[in-house]
Design a protein around this ligand. Structure first.
Ligand SMILES: [Zn+2]
Length: 58
């Protein structure tokens, strides 16, 4: 996979996500040049779901 803008190979990078006041660290693919993170829809949906489930438990 490469950045569609820079044509550079994507690298794994630890990125923080914020959702419903939660912070999550996750390794994601991102461009070493422009820093754009490439997150699949499946990943985003799964992540959001796990947070929502966590909130319901409390
Ligand atoms: Zn790029």
């Amino acid at each position: 996979m490469e950045c569609c803008k820079c044509k550079k190979k994507l690298i794994q990078k630890k990125t923080v996500f914020r959702y419903l006041e939660h912070e999550m660290y996750q390794e994601v693919l991102c461009c070493p040049v422009c820093g754009k993170a490439f997150i699949t829809k499946e990943f985003a949906d799964g992540k959001m779901k796990s947070v929502e489930m966590e909130l319901e438990e409390k």
